[in-house]
Unconditional design. Structure first.
Length: 239
């Protein structure tokens, strides 16, 4: 992967699941990685395992003040943020008449507002550097309707729209903004869904490692002229 050696990559929700796979791949490609998550024990263990070029920050992506503090700390220590992967997310579901306001607020806050706050927090340092790559994690559920998942779907469509608008707004500053749309991937989030019941042409569920090539591509210079793009990684499911 071109253009990741020595770069600073910031991954939210990086302590486990797909985020941890992004962290390992970016680190393997030579980047310095910031693992930002609520899960302190998991985040600290991952960073200790990586050793050099890795740091952990406790971050609730819905907390505006925490974003400022953590990004300031990374800029002071490592000089900037070259890559931001807005990966932290939660899912919830339920029929609309039994879907309380609190569930709606939470799913929008983490997936959508958290992504907006992350973009806003890193844009000043990326503008100062004259370059940057923001990779926002949406979902196949950000591309179609899905029974019972309305809050999550609304949030993930929102992430897709935010991505496209920021690509327009920030292109002239050398900042690229793209989205990834995973299908079913084997993590804690999907533990209760059996992939064998899903219409996946490739006839298997995905693994976190199935996403890493895409994140490396979008983070690094191989995608230097790609912005506002959406990449679906789902074994063909939503074709
Ligand atoms: P996961 O639950 O295993 O990991 C999510 C991570 O985000 C956890 O480490 C969690 O602590 C962190 N997180 C949650 N709320 C946070 C907050 N407020 N602040 C900071 N960190 C927070 O889930 P995953 O499957 O690895 O999902 C990662 C991303 O990929 C999510 O955005 C999810 O919506 C998206 N996604 C997942 C799938 C899938 O099938 N697993 C499919 C499409 C999209």
């Amino acid at each position: 992967t071109r253009g990741l050696d020595g770069r600073v990559a910031f991954v939210t929700g990086g302590a486990r699941g797909i985020g941890a796979a992004y962290v390992r791949a970016l680190h393997d490609a030579g980047a310095r990685v910031v693992v930002a998550d609520l899960l302190e024990a998991e985040g600290a263990a991952l960073v200790a395992d990586l050793g050099e070029r890795a740091r952990f920050a406790v971050l609730d992506v819905t907390d505006e003040g925490a974003w400022t503090a953590v990004v300031d700390e990374v800029v002071a220590a490592w000089g900037g943020v070259d890559v931001l992967v807005n990966n932290a997310g939660i899912a919830n579901a339920g029929p609309i008449e039994h879907y309380p306001r609190a569930k709606w607020d939470a799913v929008i806050a983490v997936n959508l507002t958290g992504t907006y706050l992350g973009c806003r927090a890193v844009v000043p340092t990326m503008k100062a550097a004259g370059h940057g790559s923001i990779v926002n994690i949406s979902s196949v559920e950000g591309m179609r309707g899905s029974r019972g998942l309305h809050g999550y779907v609304a949030a993930k469509f929102g992430v897709r729209g935010l991505t496209k608008s920021l690509a327009v707004e920030l292109g002239g500053d050398g900042i690229r903004v793209n989205s990834i749309h995973p299908g079913w991937i084997d993590t804690d989030m999907t533990a209760r869904i059996d992939p064998s019941g899903l219409p996946i042409p490739m006839r298997r569920g995905g693994r976190p490692d199935d996403l890493t090539g895409t994140v490396l591509y979008l983070a690094g210079d191989d995608s230097a002229y790609v912005t506002g793009a959406e990449i679906v990684v789902d074994g063909g499911m939503i074709n």
